[in-house]
Design a protein around this ligand. Structure first.
Ligand SMILES: Cc1cc2nc3c(=O)[nH]c(=O)nc-3n(C[C@H](O)[C@H](O)[C@H](O)COP(=O)(O)OP(=O)(O)OC[C@H]3O[C@@H](n4cnc5c(N)ncnc54)[C@H](O)[C@@H]3O)c2cc1C
Length: 338
């Protein structure tokens, strides 16, 4: 409880990440979730946006998405993510506003920034959550942070009963964005960055966008491979099938770790979330960490040699067999029809 007797869990602060000067999708997703959680506890939703300038237009969008107050921190040196400076700004704001919950996107930047802030202010952080909700536990209202665990076979509920604020990062694409309501009103509060050269010990000089060989999010057909390609010596069969069917390739975590598929094309909780018309998953067991990335595909086809693999539980069509027999046979038929 705070001095006014209110449960400190009630006020939520969302770090609203910008990408190329525009709000990232996950910022809207977090605000939508926060507007579900905070009012039910009698609390408020605030957002903080950090950028080189022109942040006020974004602040208006965050208000339309549910923020009652948006803290704007503008400084020309903050055009690109600067770890030390962003950490200092957020820690200071948290100390001054004392939210009960701090939410960030589990993006590459969020995954760097959140632990730095949590360590600096001495609180707990749950990373890569797939859901958040409030629950009465031990007679207290607690934020329950859900993450897939135990090699993806269990959904684990984590609470942080002692420290405040509770901090969580949430995977982009797993929460609903909600619809903006332009009639919503809120307060925009400019606060000084208050950073010096000593806050740029490591400096981000430029960001380079990796060339995409075909956008995953826009693809109508995705052919995704897993560790089952080990016996095949790599994913050349996967690439052949993708070419034959007019799809693009992607992969599970082990396929990316093996270097067969670029990291940027990893599907799942720590990777990309896609919703193509057809998703073909080959040589993947079907761990929730992976399947969460394509749960909204219109049609899912799975190929795996283990007939009991969990991937068959979510597939619309399944073929149990060795991919070294099935994939070339499929590709041959498709190639002959071209
Ligand atoms: C916090 C956290 C986040 C994670 N995030 C992600 C994520 O974003 N994306 C992700 O993918 N994983 C993620 N993981 C890992 C995830 O839990 C699984 O370990 C991973 O998805 C398994 O990949 P796989 O199915 O390719 O490999 P495996 O589980 O090893 O499955 C390989 C499959 O190939 C089959 N197979 C083998 N040989 C053949 C053959 N010759 N023909 C046909 N089938 C064959 C096997 O029967 C098996 O089903 C995460 C884990 C953690 C802890």
């Amino acid at each position: 409880m705070d001095a006014s007797g209110r449960d400190q869990m009630s006020d939520i602060l969302v770090w609203a990440e910008l990408r190329d000067g525009r709000p990232s999708g996950v910022a809207f997703e977090l605000l939508n979730k926060a507007t579900d959680l905070a009012p039910a506890q009698g609390g408020t939703v605030s957002a903080v946006v950090i950028g080189p300038g022109d942040c006020r237009a974004c602040a208006a969008e965050f208000i339309a998405h549910g923020a009652g107050r948006v803290f704007v921190v503008e400084d020309p040196r903050l055009a690109l993510y600067q770890a030390e400076a962003f950490t200092k700004i957020l820690c200071r704001l948290i100390a001054e506003t004392r939210p009960g919950v701090v939410l960030m996107g589990a993006t590459s930047i969020g995954a760097d920034l959140a632990p730095a802030v949590a360590a600096r202010i001495g609180t707990g952080l749950t990373a890569h959550c797939t859901d958040l909700h409030m629950e009465d536990i031990d007679g207290r209202r607690q934020l329950v942070m859900v993450v897939p665990g135990w090699r993806g076979n269990l959904m684990v509920k984590i609470v942080c009963p002692e420290k405040r604020p509770v901090m969580a990062t949430v995977r982009p694409g797993v929460l609903e964005k909600g619809n903006p309501d332009p009639s919503r009103t809120g307060e925009i509060v400019s606060i000084p960055a208050d950073i010096g050269e000593e806050n740029f010990r490591a400096r981000t000089l430029e960001s380079v966008r990796e060339p995409e060989e075909g956008g995953l999010e826009q693809a109508a057909i995705i052919v995704s491979g897993g560790f089952g390609f080990y016996e095949a010596g790599g994913v050349s069969l996967l690439e052949r099938l993708a070419r034959a069917i007019g799809g693009v390739t992607a992969g599970s975590r082990p396929a990316c770790d093996a270097g067969w598929i670029p990291e940027t094309r990893m599907i799942g909780q720590s990777g990309r979330t896609v919703s193509p018309g057809l998703f073909i998953s080959i040589g993947t067991s079907g761990a929730p960490h992976y399947t969460t990335g394509f749960a909204k595909a219109a049609l899912i086809v799975a190929i795996d040699k283990n007939p009991k693999a969990p991937i068959f539980d979510i597939a619309d069509f399944g073929i149990a067999g060795d991919l070294r027999d099935i994939v070339p046979a499929l590709a041959e038929v498709l190639e002959s029809e071209r």
